[in-house]
Design a protein around this ligand. Structure first.
Ligand code: AMP
Ligand code: MG
Length: 398
């Protein structure tokens, strides 16, 4: 088959996001209990049920004072603990002992930390206090009725804490998109078989299942498609029943790489079929029977990397996320590094606790053991040839 389109990494990523955002069907909504909401995508705006904090609140243990009385000596007329509201009002040269989290008593406009005060009976000597110091004013974190978490956000533990704070215990979330995982190849055998010397166990669907679940999808592993048109077509048709189809293998230029031509027979539209990256140059993205699909190259590293940088974005958007971001940052190389320019490469690397990045030696995209020794991918700039130890380089977290 002739090439549909070869794109750079960034062009291909933009294409995936644009196509999926433009054509995604509105995901169905379901409700889950708050303790099952982490990792799910919020389907409706979560709204603050009152001001947060609901009253002016002290953020230190100490004394509530009038800043105009400071510096100076004031008299302690009472105390207020977290969970109480003081009925007392502070007058001139008066203070109330206050604990972190307690409402600031009327008349006070500043908190002085207990560590900064000297006490003699009911009298304390306080340093200069600025108005409003150590007070979180009512509504400074969220206003009553304001959107606390917008729909389309994937909930993490802090999101769950905020839902709990505002009293949302039944959480509307988008249904997880189903993802069909299809391995192809006459050499591929299931995990229940002992492979002959010319055969390989089907590891790709298992790594993809982990990655798909991590991206918020509901993975479904299909039977392996043999390298003939009938089997490939039958399994692809089955896979197009899911919200997203991921095919591993069969997209290179070999005589038995049939995935693209079978998809073409099924009336597929192709957006690209080659990307200037390594691993994973032959990479197919398109749409058939109103479903998006990726044909990922079969070498394990190619499958893993192309999922992370492309399929994950598609899946997150299909799952109702308002956007998908790549966890790319910069780190300093722990060794000199060079590559042949022209491709954006994603190579296994170790990001140390000190922020340094060391490439992990590997034997190429079939080398699964090396991948397990990496916690990140070094990402090369296609226009640059060499880096010195200590140079900043891009890194994709694994
Ligand atoms: P392909 O992209 O079909 O040419 O496959 C390239 C290579 O990837 C094959 O020769 C296998 O070594 C490996 N491979 C393909 N599919 C899988 C799979 N499902 N699990 C593990 N390795 C695979
Ligand atoms: Mg193959």
């Amino acid at each position: 088959m002739t090439s549909v389109s070869t794109l750079t990494f960034l062009e291909a990523r933009a294409c995936v996001l644009e196509r999926v955002k433009a054509a995604r069907p509105a995901p169905a909504v379901e409700e889950v209990g708050i303790d099952c909401a982490a990792g799910r995508v919020l389907a409706r705006d979560a709204v603050a049920d009152r001001d947060y904090p609901p009253l002016d609140r002290s953020v230190r243990d100490g004394f509530a004072v009038r800043s105009s009385d400071t510096p100076g000596e004031v008299r302690v007329i009472g105390q207020v603990r977290a969970g109480e509201i003081s009925s007392l009002e502070i007058g001139p040269s008066e203070a109330i002992e206050i604990m972190t989290g307690a409402p600031v008593p009327r008349g006070a406009d500043a908190i002085v930390m207990v560590e900064h005060v000297t006490r003699d009976g009911d009298r304390i000597s306080v340093p200069k206090a600025k108005p409003a110091q150590f007070i979180n004013p009512q509504g400074c974190e969220a206003r009553d009725g304001a959107v606390a978490i917008p729909a389309g956000k994937r909930l993490d533990y802090s999101g769950v804490a905020l839902l709990a704070t505002i009293g949302v215990t039944r959480v509307p979330v988008f249904r997880k998109p189903s993802v069909a995982l299809l391995a192809t190849g006459d050499e591929i055998v299931g995990l229940n078989s002992v492979p002959e010397a010319h055969q390989i166990r089907n590891s790709n669907v298992h790594s993809l299942a982990v990655q798909a679940a991590r991206a918020g999808g509901d993975p479904r592993i299909l039977p392996v498609a043999a390298d003939n048109r009938e089997s490939t077509r039958a399994m692809i048709e089955l896979g197009l029943g899911s919200d997203l189809l991921l095919v591993s293998g069969g997209v290179s230029a070999g005589k038995y790489d049939l995935v693209e031509s079978v998809l073409a027979d099924l009336g597929a539209e192709f957006f690209f079929d080659r990307v200037r990256i390594q691993p994973g140059q032959p990479l197919v993205f398109g749409r058939a029977k109103e479903k998006f699909f990726f044909g990922l190259p079969g070498n394990p590293a190619s499958t893993m990397v192309t999922f992370e940088i492309f399929a994950r974005a598609a899946l997150e958007v299909l799952g109702g996320q308002s956007d998908s971001l790549l966890p790319i940052t910069h780190a300093r190389l722990a060794a000199d590094f060079r590559h042949k320019p022209g491709l954006t490469r994603f190579l296994p690397a170790w990001l140390g606790a000190d922020g340094s990045l060391m490439p992990v030696p590997w034997q190429g995209s079939g080398d699964v053991p090396s991948l397990t020794r990496a916690n990140a991918y070094l990402v090369t700039d296609p226009d640059r040839e060499s880096w010195k130890t200590g140079d900043l380089i891009q890194v994709l977290l694994k």
